[in-house]
Each structure stands twice: as structure tokens, then as C-alpha cells.
Design a protein around this ligand. Structure first.
Ligand code: SF4
Length: 261
């Protein structure tokens, strides 16, 4: 049975730093809701201490065993959040009964952002390193492989071109998750790139997840427009996810991750 999941966005807003940021969904959402503060300005949210908040019954509001999607409206390793992050680590430590998952385009900052007792990594922290094209993969993934993290995923989203990441795949990587771009002006995703990436994962026996198609999917040379509400389900319908269990045998469909592109 899969774990319950909870979002936790301790801060909101982020500075764009790479090609994958061009149509960042944080900016798109802020524009849609007419936010008066610029999306590039990070600010603490009211949910900052959500993991340790308790209800009237004195129980934590986030149930034990949850998968906590952390900082999905920013980047957990953002420079502007350096002052706030130590409190987040303390909450993550306190909630060792939950698994926290964040992804980042700033993996080069990882070692300066971890707490003193990080050691080989906390058991309850999963980190996804985003690599949206070959250049970003070659820049970030060697660093990602080097840093001490117990659970590592590679996030290829929004996938912007054909990529070869086979040199970075191996036992250290739990999963590769791939998806296209959503929103106005979305750049197209060629299904052939996705299948090729999947082949690299199968060859390396690393789990692969096609989490969403994006708004424009090219298949057999033809471009299809896919409405936002179907982008996740259409990717799942493709039936190309590949799961490798702890005993090395492929499993089918486990955790589904609500990524945006
Ligand atoms: S939240 Fe992610 S995609 Fe958006 S600007 Fe920050 S790093 Fe880029």
C-alpha cells in the first residue's frame, strides 16, 4: 500500500537559474492568482512549521508514515532561504516517522546547506536532482553522485531534448522521473526521447517513471496538444513505468508523484 502524502511549502518564490525555469509553474500560478509580490522574492509561508503542528487531539496534523512533498513552490536549496532552512532540518529530524522529498536545481549548494549531524544523510530524506537537458545533466549529476544522500532520484523535467544520462545511472539512483512542460508557451516533448531515456534506465536496472506528458507531445512525428487535466493520466496510460524492487526484480506502479513541469 502506498503512503499518504502531504505537501509542505515552508517558503514560496524562487529565482530562475536555468533553461528549465523559463515557464516555472510557481510564476504561472502567481500570475494566475494575481500575486502582488514578485515570484522571484522568496517569503516564508504560514505553513512553515506544518510538520510539527498538532491538532486539538494533540496528534501531528501530518500523519505518521506520510510522504511529505517539500518545498514544491520554490527550491529547498535557494540562497534566500539559508536563514530559514536550519529550522526545517530540525522539523525533519523530529518527524523521523515521515519521509521528506524535495528536488533542486542547486545541487552544487548541497553541502553548505546540510546540518552538522547530516553524516551520510538522514534516512527520511529523499532528494531529486533536476536535469532538464544534456548540459544541465553533465553539470549537476556528477555533483549529485558525489554528495551523501540516502535516497536519490534524477528528475528529467521539463525534458527539453534527447539526453544520455547512462553514465550517471547505477545503484546510487533510486529512480529517474521524466515529464514534459505545462502551461502557455510550453516546449514540446518528443515521446521518442522518453522511450530512449527509459531504455537507459532499464539497461542500468534503475526505476523509471513517466510522470506527465506536458502540454505538447510529439509522437511519430505528429504534435498533440494535451489538456492539463489529462497530462498525468496520459503518461500513465503509456504504461512505460519501470520499477525495480529491492531484490532487483521489476515491480509495477508504486508512488505517484504530482510534479509540475
Ligand atoms: S522553483 Fe524550480 S523551476 Fe521555478 S525558478 Fe525555482 S528552480 Fe526554477
Amino acid at each position: 500500500m502506498s503512503s499518504p502524502f502531504s505537501p509542505w511549502n515552508p517558503w514560496h518564490g524562487c529565482a530562475k537559474i536555468s533553461p528549465g525555469c523559463r515557464h516555472c509553474y510557481v510564476y504561472r500560478q502567481d500570475e494566475m492568482y494575481g500575486s502582488e509580490i514578485g515570484s522571484e522574492v522568496a517569503r516564508k509561508t504560514q505553513a512553515f512549521d506544518m510538520p510539527v503542528k498538532r491538532g486539538r487531539d494533540k496528534k501531528y496534523k501530518i500523519p505518521s508514515g506520510s510522504l511529505v512533498y517539500t518545498c514544491f513552490t520554490s527550491d529547498f536549496l535557494l540562497e534566500d532561504a539559508d536563514e530559514w532552512r536550519p529550522d526545517c532540518w530540525a522539523m525533519i529530524r523530529e518527524r523521523s516517522d515521515c519521509m521528506f522529498f524535495f528536488f533542486t536545481k542547486r545541487i552544487q549548494r548541497f553541502m553548505e546547506c546540510v546540518p552538522d549531524d547530516w553524516g551520510d544523510g538522514y534516512d527520511n530524506v529523499m532528494v531529486g536532482c533536476t536535469a532538464e537537458n544534456q548540459a544541465m545533466a553533465d553539470q549537476r549529476l556528477p555533483i549529485f553522485l558525489d554528495v551523501p544522500i540516502k535516497h536519490k532520484s534524477i528528475i528529467v523535467a521539463p525534458m527539453l531534448g534527447r539526453m544520455d544520462i547512462s553514465a550517471y545511472l547505477g545503484d546510487a539512483i533510486d529512480e529517474v522521473s521524466c515529464g514534459g512542460e505545462s502551461g502557455r508557451g510550453a516546449r514540446p516533448l518528443d515521446y521518442e526521447w522518453v522511450l530512449n531515456l527509459r531504455e537507459q534506465c532499464v539497461a542500468a536496472r534503475v526505476s523509471f517513471n513517466f510522470h506527465q506528458t506536458g502540454a505538447k507531445l510529439i509522437k511519430d512525428g505528429r504534435q498533440y496538444y494535451i489538456r492539463r487535466c489529462f497530462q498525468h493520466s496520459q503518461a500513465k496510460k503509456a504504461g512505460i513505468d519501470y520499477r525495480v524492487g529491492k531484490n532487483g526484480r521489476p515491480l509495477k506502479g508504486e508512488v505517484e508523484i504530482p510534479f509540475e513541469g
